[in-house]
Each structure stands twice: as structure tokens, then as C-alpha cells.
Design a protein around this ligand. Structure first.
Ligand code: SF4
Ligand code: SF4
Length: 190
């Protein structure tokens, strides 16, 4: 009969509407911004740069290899490599980004920068309340805005952050063992 589908749909809506007064599970909306639904762990919007320890400069994992800048489809990453080097998490001297900007008004949240980074140095954030009056300066995020502690990464993505920590710790241990073995093989100096 014509219209049966509409009547069935209205019955479902009515059942859920009345039911939501008796069963909280049926409430699918919240009173934003006073109430917030928890975001799933794999939710993402724009990138950030995790750093280890307390110092964003010393702990920044990025070595300014520029792979993410080259691979970013809308070309919204801008990096200038440093002239000097600083030790990375394994104590190896590495370049670092003197400038690292991301224009988040252009970024399309594709996560390609994260996929291509060989150093676990860029990850996707969950911050979404970013509306601003001005595009330039307010939506162009600088290195200082993008750098966030590893503890923050653990808070927003505990599973991935724990995996990354284990991977970096294993790499650091392997490097330390290799260094010790090389030192043991080296001829003793008089
Ligand atoms: S998420 Fe995609 S668009 Fe945004 S900076 Fe990374 S690669 Fe570029
Ligand atoms: S974030 Fe990763 S890929 Fe991009 S420049 Fe830094 S180390 Fe290279």
C-alpha cells in the first residue's frame, strides 16, 4: 500500500521519541557545549608534533627530513631545516625544523603526513574547536603551536601512543647494543 513505508518510519521515530523519556540509551544527542560525547580513539582532524620529555625543543622528534612536506596533497606544510644539529631520542645528532608551519585552513585531515613520517614525529590531533575570525596567523599553526607533549598523545590515543613508545624504546635499545658492541670490538688505545 502506498505510504506504508512512511508510516513505519514515523512509528520508529515516535517509539524512540517517547522511549527516550524512559531509557537514556535512546538519547542520541547531548547538550553541547555543556555536555560532550567522548571521541573515538581513531577520530582525527589536524596534525600535531609530539615531543618527549619536558622541553619541546630538545624532545621534538622531527628531524626536518621534509618527507611530509613533499607528500602533503594540498601542500599546506612548510619546513625550514636547522643549520645545526641536536641529539635525537637515541643520542644521535640530527637536524631539526627551524620552521614548521601547517596551514590548517588548507589541511584536509588525510593523515598522509603521519603515514609517511619515518620518525613517529607527526600525529593527528582531536582538537576541533578551532574557528577563528582571521585566517592568517590564527589558522597558520607554527612549530610552537604544533608541539605537544607525548603525555598529551597518550591522553588522546593511548593505544597508538603505547605502541609508538615501545617501538622507539626497542630502537634505542638496539642502537645502544650496537654502539656497545662496536666499542668492544675497537682496539684498545695505549
Ligand atoms: S593531514 Fe594531509 S593535508 Fe593535512 S598536513 Fe597532513 S598530509 Fe597535509
Ligand atoms: S614530521 Fe616526520 S616526515 Fe615530516 S619532516 Fe619531521 S621527521 Fe620528516
Amino acid at each position: 500500500m502506498i505510504g506504508t513505508g512512511i508510516l513505519k518510519g514515523m512509528a520508529v521515530t515516535a517509539r524512540n521519541f517517547v522511549g527516550s523519556y524512559f531509557d537514556e540509551e535512546r538519547l542520541t544527542t547531548v547538550q553541547y557545549p555543556e555536555e560532550r560525547s567522548p571521541l573515538p580513539e581513531n577520530y582525527r582532524n589536524f596534525p600535531f608534533l609530539p615531543y618527549d620529555g619536558e622541553d619541546p625543543h630538545a624532545g621534538l622528534r622531527c628531524v626536518a627530513c621534509k618527507i611530509c612536506e613533499k607528500e602533503c596533497p594540498p601542500q599546506c606544510i612548510y619546513i625550514v631545516k636547522s643549520d645545526d644539529k641536536k641529539p635525537d631520542y637515541m643520542g644521535k645528532p640530527q637536524f631539526y625544523p627551524k620552521v614548521f608551519d601547517i596551514d590548517i585552513s588548507v589541511c584536509m585531515s588525510c593523515q598522509i603526513c603521519v603515514e609517511v613520517c619515518p620518525f613517529e614525529a607527526i600525529k593527528m590531533d582531536k582538537e576541533f574547536e578551532l574557528s577563528k575570525r582571521e585566517r592568517f596567523d590564527q589558522l597558520l599553526l607554527r612549530k610552537e603551536d604544533l608541539a605537544k607533549p607525548n603525555d598529551y598523545y597518550h591522553k588522546i590515543c593511548p593505544t597508538d601512543a603505547t605502541d609508538v613508545d615501545a617501538k622507539l624504546a626497542a630502537a634505542a635499545e638496539a642502537a645502544a647494543k650496537k654502539k656497545a658492541a662496536t666499542a668492544a670490538r675497537a682496539p684498545a688505545k695505549d
